[in-house]
Design a protein around this ligand. Structure first.
Ligand SMILES: C[S@@+](CC[C@H](N)C(=O)[O-])C[C@H]1O[C@@H](n2cnc3c(N)ncnc32)[C@H](O)[C@@H]1O
Length: 410
């Protein structure tokens, strides 16, 4: 065969007879894409792997339990030849050639009339990679290129803004606890497509530095507002930018709905008739303890964990937390926004029955380069926080789980 590159094309196989010879690993790998394409798949093989058999049982393919026989390919549109019998493969590909059926051969790519590209999909785009060299095909290289492109599209590091359907309105994106790797794939992609990003102090700040220069980054803490007007000012900024037809990302720390005021922003946008999508994030309440080697549950130790806000003291009339009830729980207590009030919180828990020896850990700036963990007990936590100068943001974990991991594992 001449040394020309393959001609790329997308086969529309829906309802079209597609014959697969051989029910082994090759078929197992290729069948899902053929099924997804809606092909009328006929598998000809005396045996099949359990996964292939399951596809037949599920009615996704028709399985003819016998070896290849002359005539199997006569009415096919497309064929995959992948039996372990080279002689049968050669006869089958001769038949395919005679009937002008495009055919892939797993045992001899040079003898095939078609090659399967390395494929992957992301957001409505299929990436298919073939090498241009007719000889010297390199499946590992094509797979690596496919992976790089698909990953880049998924995580937003490869952006094609002019060809994308941009998300209209606002995306409330949970950015995770701070490590830029801990945002979701969807969140990162939306960030890469944004015209305007309104970011909190917490969350993956490092990602902002990667945004292209045309993206307007607004620090939510610096939006001018009067006393108690912060949230309203942020809501207004979201609405105003979205009304200008821009793609706006509201980048929040952790998850938007865990002490994140996400629903207030969503309501404000709904009132203004602006479409809003919410992207969950990894909450600091679980991930920050985890990053410091503390599981929020542990078999035989804690069968529950409760996440509470400590931003107002237990005796403050604005507090909605039932601290006496929490003192009676045996599980883990995770306190966010509680550094300033930890003395009063510890006193209240002890006053209502929790042991003063209950272990406490404070994890400051978890998942970032500045992460540090300070350990204490309910009896000592107030003085420890003062002596060690623990500062927000910190997640406070109260309970026996603090002691189950090797100290300081991350
Ligand atoms: C307003 S709340 C927002 C919580 C966020 N929505 C979440 O799901 O993680 C802010 C509090 O979260 C905690 N926090 C968030 N990120 C943190 C981090 N990287 N390290 C320690 N604490 C963190 C602190 O208790 C901080 O005061």
């Amino acid at each position: 065969m001449a040394e020309h590159p393959a001609y790329p094309v997308g086969l529309r196989l829906t309802g079209r007879r597609t014959v697969v010879l051989g029910g082994g690993q090759v078929a197992q790998r290729r069948l899902p894409a053929l099924i997804a394409a809606g092909a009328d798949i006929h598998l000809v093989s005396p045996e099949a792997t359990p996964s292939v058999e399951a596809m037949a049982d599920a009615g996704e393919i028709t399985w003819h339990r016998r070896p290849y026989a002359e005539g199997d390919l006569a009415t096919a549109w497309y064929a995959l030849i992948a039996t372990s019998d080279t002689e049968a493969n050669t006869r089958a590909s001769a038949e395919a050639e005679a009937h002008r059926v495009w055919c892939v051969r797993s045992d001899d790519a040079d003898a095939a009339t078609a090659w399967t590209p390395a494929t992957g999909t992301s957001e409505g785009v299929m990436v298919a990679v073939l090498t241009t060299e007719a000889r010297g095909r390199d499946p590992r290289r094509t797979a690596a290129i496919r992976d790089a492109v698909v990953e880049g599209l998924r995580d937003g590091t490869l952006v094609a803004p002019h060809h994308r359907t941009r998300v209209p309105g606002v995306a409330l994106v949970g950015g995770g606890p701070g490590d830029p790797d801990l945002i979701t794939v969807r969140g990162r992609r939306l960030l890469a497509e944004a015209d305007v990003v309104i970011a909190d102090r917490l969350g993956p700040r490092d990602l902002l530095a990667e945004l292209p220069p045309h993206v307007e980054v607004i620090d939510a803490a610096k939006i001018p507002y009067g006393r108690f007007m912060a949230q309203e000012a942020i809501n207004n900024a979201l609405v105003e930018h979205a009304k200008q037809g821009k793609s706006v990302v509201r980048l929040k720390g952790g998850d938007p709905y865990v002490f994140g005021r996400g629903m207030e922003e969503l309501h404000a946008l709904a009132e203004a008739g602006i479409p809003c999508t919410v992207v969950p994030g990894i909450s600091s309440s679980i991930s920050v303890p985890g990053a410091a080697g503390i599981p929020v549950t542990h078999r035989g130790v804690a069968h529950e964990f409760t996440v509470v806000s400590g931003h107002v003291a237990p005796d403050d009339e604005r507090s909605l937390v039932d601290w006496p009830a929490l003192a009676k729980l045996t599980g883990t207590l995770v306190v966010l926004m509680g550094v300033d009030k930890i003395g009063r919180i510890a006193e209240t828990l002890v006053a209502h029955g929790k042991s003063p020896d209950t272990p406490v850990a404070l994890v400051q700036e978890g998942t970032t380069a500045a992460q540090r963990r300070v350990d204490a007990t309910l009896a000592t936590v107030a003085e420890t926080v003062a002596a060690q100068e623990v500062r927000p943001p910190a997640v406070i974990v109260i309970g026996e789980v603090v002691a189950v991991g090797p100290r300081g594992t991350a």
